[in-house]
Design a protein around this ligand. Structure first.
Ligand SMILES: O=C([O-])CC(=O)C(=O)O
Ligand SMILES: [Mg+2]
Length: 209
């Protein structure tokens, strides 16, 4: 049996409103995780591949055979500006799923960044062009380009379920996933965590002698 490799409707999923995404983008991933009962935090092995990389946006999901990036090329045909491409790559660290060439194409399309349950390469160049990429590893080894893949399905990413349109936030601590239907409530709760921690920190600093 064969199943279709590309779901033509995969870009049509609902996304949270921009205001909610912008509020989440301003918050530390740690505060967002705390606001979700410490759930929704992807495996901490998945980290920014260049220092200072940050991203926030709705998930465009890709499931791929480990080490194969045909699905990422297909996703670039359908992705919308502001989306984060979420690649469930089976945790494979042996082949880089993307590098600076895909990064440059993503800039042309307004993609907010990539989170990979897999590896990346060209990390320094990705930093120079400012394309945020989070990955489990870096490797100079290139990807296969044969498929199979799926776009726009539910995936498991770093041990966390991700549906298309869920919000992905990544910063220097790692990656969190916010369910789309809870995004506004989580933004509000995480803002409260941030305000509380800011106050507590100021009190700690004020007590310093
Ligand atoms: O060759 C590839 O497909 C991955 C890569 O290094 C790039 O996108 O620059
Ligand atoms: Mg390259």
């Amino acid at each position: 049996m064969t199943t279709p490799a590309i779901d033509a409707t995969s870009a049509d999923f609902a996304r949270p409103d921009r205001d909610t995404i912008e509020r989440l983008a301003k918050l530390p991933a740690a505060n967002i995780g705390d606001a979700m009962d410490r759930l929704g935090v992807a495996d901490s092995a998945i980290q920014a591949v260049w220092p200072g990389a940050k991203l926030a946006g709705p998930a465009f999901t890709v499931w791929t055979r480990p080490g194969d990036n045909k699905g990422i090329h297909a996703a670039l045909q359908q992705v919308r500006p502001g989306d984060v491409i979420v690649v469930a790559g089976g945790g494979d660290e042996s082949r880089a799923l993307l590098g600076e060439l895909i990064g440059e194409r993503a800039i042309n399309l307004g993609v907010a960044g990539f989170v990979l349950d897999g590896a990346a390469r060209d990390a320094e160049a990705l930093g120079e062009i400012g394309m945020p990429v989070f990955a489990r590893a870096t490797s100079p080894a290139g990807p296969y380009k044969d498929g199979p893949f799926r776009l726009g399905t539910a995936v498991a990413f770093g041990g966390v379920p991700v549906l298309p349109g869920d919000v992905i936030v990544g910063d220097s601590d790692g990656v969190v996933v916010i369910p789309r239907e809870h995004a506004a409530a989580v933004a509000e709760a995480a803002e409260a965590v941030f305000a509380d921690e800011t106050n507590r920190r100021q009190a700690i600093v004020a007590a310093r002698n």
